[in-house]
Design a protein around this ligand. Structure first.
Ligand code: HEM
Length: 232
């Protein structure tokens, strides 16, 4: 037992350990995003289906377990994954800047790496801020125009009305960043976890780009369709 307690922080302190934590927690977050995106698309089946889905998430496992048990467990897993993902990212970034006190002189290297580092770092910060806004909007209902008594369907419809085009624009930008983040993140994760070989490199890059694009487009479909009046 003591050995495990000592071994875990030791693994975590290593760069490889932190990257593995990023890869595994990133994987959990990707699964959540795919499930959330698919769930959101239910809006195209109408109010009843969408509201039923929202009710179903809260009642999974009933009556064996009380209302909202499974959702609460999923929320805790999600929160722990987000915290560990951010924590590892910050500590890897600190470590990288310590190891490289003088900026790269080689322009070629700094362009290629700089793009990925910038998209991941600043993209990640904007996504984190977006999630805070999104929770205030759709979960805690603090900033949602439809108010507390509205159904989940009404909240989504009210949120993205043409008069709130800037909210739709914010969602679209954030979700495009999520797509880019997934593209690079998934590719990095498979590399960290040792799945990448010279032979499957191109296929893995294509897979990461496809998942990023599908998730981004699937998410974008909902706010844009409401703003353009295709769903009302
Ligand atoms: C752009 C399209 C999106 C729409 C229309 C949307 C809609 C919603 C709605 C309606 C809820 C409340 C669900 C309910 O309480 O039944 C929700 C919750 C949530 N969304 Fe989104 N979402 C979108 C994108 C995203 C993205 C890109 C992320 C993450 C980066 C995200 C993260 C979350 C989280 C963490 C929750 C809380 C889940 C919980 O209740 O524990 N959403 N979303």
């Amino acid at each position: 037992m003591r050995l495990v307690a000592i071994a875990i922080p030791a693994i975590y302190r290593s760069t490889v350990g932190k990257k593995a934590v990023m890869a595994v927690t990133g994987g959990i977050l990707v699964l959540f995003l795919i499930a959330h995106m698919v769930g959101n698309l239910k809006i195209f089946y109408g109010a009843e289906d969408f509201n039923h889905y929202s009710h179903w998430i809260r009642t999974i496992g009933e009556p064996a377990v009380p209302y909202r048990t499974v959702l609460t467990v999923l929320e805790v897993v999600l929160l722990v994954a987000v915290v560990l993902h951010l924590w590892s990212a910050v500590s890897l970034a600190k470590r990288a800047s310590k190891a490289r006190p003088v900026k790269y002189r080689s322009r070629k290297k700094s362009h290629a790496q700089g793009y990925a580092v910038h998209t991941m770092r600043y993209g990640g910060i904007i996504i984190a801020l977006y999630v805070v806004w999104h929770l205030l909007d759709m979960t805690f209902l603090v900033v949602n125009p439809a108010g507390r008594d509205a159904t989940p369907y009404e909240r989504v419809i009210q949120d993205f009305q043409p008069s709130h085009w800037y909210i739709t624009a914010f969602y679209v930008v954030a979700v495009l960043l999520v797509g880019l983040h997934l593209r690079h993140g998934i590719w990095s994760a498979v590399q960290t976890l040792g799945f990448r070989t010279p032979r499957n490199d191109r296929a893995l890059r294509a897979l990461a780009a496809t998942i990023g694009a599908v998730v981004a487009l699937g998410f974008i479909a909902v706010p844009v369709s409401v703003t353009f009046g295709w769903v009302s």
